[in-house]
Design a protein. Structure first.
Length: 521
């Protein structure tokens, strides 16, 4: 953490009493994301100022706050399962024998990545019974040098997939994908989105009948071509039904268990959880989800220790396109009157000086969260990531929480969305005591749309359209959504209310255009 003493108060008698996150409060303040168009990987910025004086409305600085993100935003989506080869496979062959595929025998058209696996390879089916071993049948041959015993692979929990050799034409059959790398079209693909160079935004599969490995689309392609990159399916999420949603690797902390079940209200178990790993205190490996309801996961064996006391459970492994622990994903800047009791050498509090700090937050995937007094996941929640801040004095964290729609969990946004929760920022330890002349606190948070490791993933590796941290949903109809920043919305404390702490964001309908309409204003 770097420190810079920037300025004393303009006048000891005129402290800044402002509160808000818009330019109408103070120049440069804002709540927004860029660019504001559908389907983009968007950077978010929230910049606010808070009164720390005893004057005006009184001290409004909080150690606990939540950013309720726009409901047309999705954070990294998807989960995976690690499988290990138990026999070698030669280059050119299209099968991998794995040691344990328990509960995953029904997986069809799942993207796979790992040693010897070429881009845009999918597992078309799994044979051999998976009790526990089985064989992954691939849609293309392995690359040299093939697969060795104990090589590990990530298989995604979704049938969203792509090919680079599609033939497209404006008449039936409209989109065909032949070997090697065929898309293995199934009846279950009917109604899924399909996109590529010759297809208009919003195109869906209208028929899977006709020539083998071909589909028709609505609307028809607008041009013909060969060797086209085609994606089938979109980044789906928990706002959809249990049969359609693609769940994300997550940690929830309201689990109870019997020997072969996990019960949780927060987890929201969906069909794409079947076959994923289950990990947590008292859970022995191997342990997978064999079946589910929305609140109960039935396990592949008696692998859990029965308990009625809530504990934390992680579902799935991070997918190939998930951020890694080396990724810096959020930058936080603070300007505040710093107490010399925290950092020796600081100006005395009576001087009313403000010091500027900058700190970077790194990503932690579920299963590797760091807890503690300043990094505790809120109770009864599911988190898809932790953002960790490490300073020379203290470590603290923020959590990316997935909030289901329609359940009243967040009274400010009823639709499916994500919250960034800062459960205990050590601001109170750093601040000088509030007095009549105390300068205010300035806070700036910037969250990247794409992490460094995600940007480096080669084309065609991992599930399509998921190599992002934060993005706006693809849409041709546009949207108007609102984000908020609140002080301890789920507990006691002063609530930050009013228009200065929320932002409406309009994304126009139609073809995306360059615009920055969602900013300070």
């Amino acid at each position: 953490m770097g420190m810079l003493v920037v300025a004393p108060s303009a006048s000891a008698n005129t402290p800044n009493l402002s509160n808000g996150c818009k330019a109408s409060t103070t120049p440069g303040a804002e709540m927004g994301h860029y660019p504001a168009w559908p389907g983009s990987q968007s950077y978010m910025r929230v910049a606010c100022i808070f009164n720390h004086s005893t004057g005006g409305t009184g001290d409004s600085v909080s150690n606990t706050f939540t950013i309720h993100d726009f409901s047309n935003v999705v954070y990294h989506n998807g989960a995976a399962r690690t499988m290990t080869a138990n026999a070698p496979s030669l280059a050119g062959t299209s099968t991998i024998s794995v040691a344990d595929c328990t509960s995953a025998g029904a997986w069809i058209n799942r993207t796979i990545s790992g040693p010897g696996v070429a881009a845009r390879t999918t597992v078309m089916s799994i044979s051999g019974g998976c009790a526990p071993s089985g064989t992954l049948n691939l849609n293309k041959g392995l690359a040299a040098p093939g697969v060795a015993i104990n090589d590990t692979f990530l298989v995604e929990n979704s049938s969203v997939r792509s090919t680079g050799n599609a033939t497209v034409q404006t008449v039936s059959p409209m989109v065909c994908s032949l070997s090697p790398g065929n898309l293995n079209f199934q009846a279950s693909d009917l109604g899924l989105s399909i996109d590529g160079t010759d297809l208009s935004p919003g195109t869906v599969i209208s028929s899977v009948a006709g020539a083998p490995n071909c589909v028709d689309t609505n609307p028809p392609p607008n041009a013909a071509g060969v060797n086209r990159v085609i994606n089938v399916g979109t980044t789906l999420d928990g706002s959809l039904s249990a049969t359609a949603a693609v769940t994300t690797t997550r940690t929830f902390n309201d689990a109870t268990s019997t020997a072969n079940t996990i019960t949780s209200t927060a987890a929201r178990f969906f069909v794409t959880d079947i076959g994923l790993k289950v990990a947590g205190a008292g859970i022995t490996q191997p342990c997978y989800i064999a079946s589910r309801t929305n609140t109960v996961a039935t396990l592949s064996s008696n692998c859990a220790t029965p308990t009625a006391t809530a504990f934390a459970v992680t579902i799935g492994d991070p997918s190939r396109t998930a951020p890694t622990a080396t990724d810096t994903v959020l930058n936080q800047g603070v300007q505040l009157p710093l107490s010399p009791t925290l950092v020796a050498g600081s100006q005395p509090c009576t001087a009313d000086n403000s010091s500027g700090f900058g700190i970077e937050g790194t990503w932690l995937n579920p299963g590797s969260f760091i807890g503690g007094a300043f990094a505790t996941q809120p109770p009864g929640t599911k988190a898809i990531g932790e953002i960790l801040f490490t300073t020379s004095v203290i470590t603290y964290g923020a959590y990316v929480l997935e909030i289901p729609g329609g359940l009243g969990i967040d009274p400010l946004i009823t639709a499916y969305h994500f919250n960034i929760v800062f459960p205990s920022v050590p601001t109170g330890l750093a601040l000088c005591p509030s007095t009549a002349t105390s300068p205010g606190l300035g806070l700036s948070i910037g969250l990247n749309g794409t992490a460094v490791s995600q940007a480096a993933i080669p084309s065609g590796i991992g599930r399509p359209s998921t190599a992002q941290l934060r993005s706006t949903r693809a849409s041709t109809t546009g949207s108007t959504t609102t984000d908020f920043i609140t002080d301890d919305v789920n507990g006691s404390g002063t609530k930050w209310t009013g228009t200065e702490f929320k932002r409406d964001c309009l994304i126009p309908a139609g073809t995306p255009d360059i615009n920055f309409v969602c900013g300070d204003g």
